[in-house]
Design a protein. Structure first.
Length: 246
């Protein structure tokens, strides 16, 4: 939030731009309006949240997780970075959709979360793929489901949440660039042109895919529509569940 506030107050000359992710406007009184204070430049990539498990946890599907949670309420520990990250919201959405009684354990970031998942200090995680992909490939973490409409090229064997029997568990981080409000449309269009060229380049596309994401070049208008949809979706969940997000 500190970075976003700084971006909102920057001179709108095209030389200071902000990389933002989904969920930026969910905290109460963040000190900025993600829609009014910025001019979207374009999207870069999407990275879905994945449900991951320590190999010793006796679950191999979302159905197994729900069954275990209902059999032993509160026993299953689910690690996430702290709110207002989408990882945390994904865990809350999972609880809301299934009625599963799991204990959410928050970490300062995905690095310590991944380490504790490998060590077995937490049983499950709502985690992004990049910090965990080497451990998934080495068999030290089980990838249970991808919380996105389609499978990941980096993990083609891992089913989507819908394929795993839980439609609605759609938790995707979208990365995009924003300029301060008031930036000239000509500057926004120039930046968008360069951004799309970069995102469409073979080396960037391959890097994004290998890290567990997907390239997502867009127009400024498509970026704006994505922000409006995703921010509204997660604010609605926060309001529905009465979550206090500071």
């Amino acid at each position: 939030m500190i970075g976003i506030r700084a971006g909102a107050k920057a001179t709108p000359d095209g030389y200071t731009i902000l990389m933002a992710t989904t969920g930026a406007s969910v905290p109460a009184n963040p000190g900025y309006d993600i829609v009014k204070d910025f001019a979207p430049i374009g999207l870069i990539a999407l990275i879905p949240i994945t449900v991951q498990a320590n190999p010793a946890t006796p679950v191999n599907s979302l159905t197994d997780i729900v069954a275990m949670a209902k059999k032993e309420p509160g026993k299953l520990t689910v690690g996430t970075p702290p709110p207002p990250t989408l990882n945390y919201f994904g865990a809350e959405l999972f609880k809301s959709l299934t009625g599963a009684d799991v204990t959410i354990v928050t970490y300062k970031g995905t690095g310590p979360l991944t380490n504790d998942l490998v060590a077995g200090h937490v049983m499950l995680a709502f985690n992004t793929v990049p910090p965990a992909i080497s451990n998934i490939q080495a068999g030290k973490i089980k990838a249970i489901a991808v919380c996105a409409p389609t499978r990941l090229a980096a993990l083609p064997h891992v089913p989507t949440a819908t394929e795993a029997g839980l439609p609605g568990l759609d938790v995707v981080l979208y990365y995009g660039l924003l300029a301060p409000a008031g930036t000239s449309p000509a500057i926004v269009q120039r930046l968008n042109k360069e951004l799309r060229q970069i995102v469409n380049s073979d080396d960037v596309k391959m890097r994004l895919i290998s890290d567990g994401g997907g390239p997502m070049p867009s127009t400024p208008e498509e970026d704006a529509a994505n922000i409006e949809h995703e921010e509204g979706k997660w604010r609605a969940l926060v309001n529905k569940l009465g979550l206090k997000i500071e």
